[in-house]
Design a protein around this ligand. Sequence first.
Ligand code: NAD
Ligand code: IPM
Ligand code: MN
Length: 361
Amino acid sequence: MTKTFKVAVIAGDGIGPEVITEGIKILNAVAELDGSFKVDYQYFDWGCQYYLEKQRMMAADGMEILKEFDAIYLGAVGFPGVPDHISLTELLLVIRKQFNQYINVRPIYLLNGAPCPLKEVTTDKVQMLFIRENTEGEYAGAGDWLYKGKENEVVLQTGVFSRKGTERVIRYAFETARKLGKSLTSISKGNALQYSMVFWDQVFEEIALEYPDVPTHSYLVDAAAMFMVMQPERFEVVVTSNLFGDILTDLGAALAGGLGLAAGANINPEREFPSMFEPIHGSAPDIAGKGIANPMAAIWSVSQMLEFLGYENWARKVLQAIEKLLVEKKCLTPDIGGTATTSEVGDKIREILFSEELIKF
Ligand code: NAD
Ligand code: IPM
Ligand code: MN
């Protein structure tokens, strides 16, 4: 019997719609090739344009509507004209938090053919799987703005680390490392943040006792940033807080070919709510509307969606198709040294998927 997956599409702003179109092209290609499932899309025009017309980033009952979907596919949010702290906190961050998508999985894998700024690096040296805490830390939204505009103005942005929130992400990371047979590295900052990060380190040590088979490392975030560049092979599975994970995965993206190649999955592991799949880049206002955005990150997030929905083989095939294109170097967007358009790259990846040699598992 054919299964139907309901996917909510929030293409969003800037290059969001451009790259999402290509991701959908690939998801449709996979559904067609597989034959056992269909995808039913519903499109939501939420984002900055919507905000300018309606003074809100999403429909008032938006979260109720989204609850019913199997997955959310998101492009990018944010555009000049709407303050970023409004556009992001009222759309992307609301979904991550309210749907308890407390795991943000960001693969930093250097594929064959992808440009890497490191000298003489081989692909086996850049194979990191970041697991970023996705609902708490400095993103919890706790704080205050006192005496606004006065001489004694004070702002507070509180880092929130609950025991439940910290344990669950660290445990998830240990489970992932165990499943993959890899080491787990925790990145924190206990030498300066004497409450939140000392607590994080303590929880990491407690949970490590339950996983004696998983080798562990623990780095301070500043040293970790240095090691990611100098000795990226140190990192296999990595677990870190929301803010550190945000920053380090853009650094990681730079090591693995740039933002045009970096994907992220916002996962609610219990599946009580839909999970959300998105490229980690933003709306790139500097290139929006030119048709030259790299859709590979958005297509990689389709691969993550396929894996989440139980189609690991297809997830792998989509990555292989991206890699084939990178190796051939004939059809690439300008960010990675080519002259192709966004849709040409999508078409080519589709073509590779349909080609004989790739559909045999
Ligand atoms: P950005 O990721 O949009 O762009 C940074 C640089 O990378 C730009 O030069 C851009 O052209 C380039 N780039 C990004 N994606 C690319 C792609 N697919 N192909 C080719 N080049 C690409 O980050 P920014 O400029 O700091 O932010 C722009 C807006 O996006 C802001 O409003 C920001 O808040 C928002 N943002 C949203 C998300 C999200 O929705 N997940 C993530 C990051 C930033
Ligand atoms: C990301 C983005 C978001 C974040 C912003 C846009 C709120 O940078 O997904 O990496 O910081 O999480
Ligand atoms: Mn980011």
